[in-house]
Design a protein around this ligand. Structure first.
Ligand code: AP5
Length: 217
C-alpha cells in the first residue's frame, strides 16, 4: 500500500501517519522529521535545510527529491508519506519514481480544516525530538508536562511553531502545496478527510478509504 498525506501545518498528518504505519505495517516517510533529524546530527543536508525551515519556507526541490529517492529504497513493501510531495515538481518526481518501480500510488489523503483551529493546535503542540511523537497541551497532554509518557525524555516546542513562522508556513502551503489537491483529484487518487474530527474518527476514515482505494488499484 502506498499513500501520501496532503494538508496544512497542524492538520494531524504526522499523528495519522504513525497510526496508519502501525495499522498496516507500512514504512513512515515524514520529510519534516527526517530533515530535523539531519539537522540534529549535523549533516550537510540538515544544515542546508535548516536555513529554509526556520523561516517557514520549503527546502529546495532537488534536495528533498534526492532524499526521497533514498528513502524509497527502504519502503519497497509500502509507505505512508507525510510532508511529501509539497510542490508540483515533487509530485511529478514521485510519479516518475513509482513508474520506474512499476508500482501505483493508492491514495492521496487531503486533510482539510479551519485555519484558526489548526493555528491553535500548533501553539499547544509538544514534540518528542527523538521520534517525532506529538502531544497537545489542550487535547492530548502528556501525564507530566514536558515529559514523554513512553520514553520519559524531554518534549520540546518546535522553533517553526512560533506564531509568525506559522503564518508564513500557511502562506507557503496555499501558494505551493495546495495546487496538489487538484493534481491528485485529476489523477483520481484524492480522498478528503475532516482534520478537525477526533484522532480516532480521522484514523478510521483513512483506514476505510485507503483499504478501498488499494483494492481498486
Ligand atoms: P513538517 O514537519 O512536515 O510540518 P508541516 O507539514 O507544517 O506539518 P506539521 O508537522 O506542523 O503538522 P501535522 O499536520 O503533522 O500535525 P500533527 O500531527 O503534528 O515540515 C516542516 C518544515 O520542513 C517545512 O516548513 C519545510 O521547511 C520542510 N519540509 C518538510 N517537507 C518538505 C518538502 N517535501 N519539501 C520542502 N520542504 C519540506 O498535529 C498537530 C497538533 O495537533 C499536535 O499537537 C497533535 O497532537 C494535535 N492533533 C493531531 N490530530 C488531532 C485531532 N484530530 N484532534 C485534536 N488534536 C489533534
Amino acid at each position: 500500500m502506498r499513500v501520501i498525506f496532503l494538508g496544512p501545518p497542524g492538520a494531524g498528518k504526522g499523528t495519522q501517519a504513525r497510526i496508519l504505519r502501525d495499522r498496516f505495517g507500512l514504512e513512515q516517510i515524514s520529510t519534516g522529521d527526517i530533515l530535523r533529524d539531519n539537522f540534529a546530527r549535523g549533516t550537510k543536508l540538515g544544515t542546508q535545510a535548516q536555513t529554509f525551515m526556520k523561516r517557514g519556507q520549503l527546502v529546495p526541490d532537488d534536495l528533498v527529491i534526492e532524499m526521497i529517492e533514498h528513502e524509497l529504497e527502504r519502503a519497497r513493501d509500502g509507505f505512508v508519506m507525510d510532508g511529501f510531495p509539497r510542490t508540483v515538481a515533487q509530485a511529478q518526481a514521485l510519479d516518475a519514481l513509482l513508474a520506474r518501480r512499476r508500482v501505483p500510488l493508492d491514495a492521496a489523503i487531503f486533510f482539510s480544516g479551519d485555519r484558526s483551529a489548526l493555528i491553535a493546535r500548533l501553539a499547544a503542540r509538544w514534540t518528542n525530538p527523538r521520534n517525532g511523537r506529538t502531544y497537545n497541551a489542550l487535547t492530548n497532554p502528556p501525564k507530566v508536562a514536558g515529559i514523554d509518557d513512553e520514553d520519559g525524555g524531554e518534549l520540546v516546542q518546535r522553533e517553526d511553531d512560533r506564531a509568525e513562522t506559522v503564518t508564513k508556513r500557511l502562506e507557503v502551503y496555499d501558494r505551493q502545496t495546495r495546487p496538489l489537491v487538484e493534481y491528485y483529484r485529476r489523477a483520481g487518487k484524492l480522498v478528503e478527510v475532516d482534520a478537525l474530527a477526533s484522532v480516532k474518527a480521522v484514523a478510521d476514515r483513512i483506514a476505510a478509504a485507503v483499504g478501498a482505494q488499494h483494492a481498486r488499484s
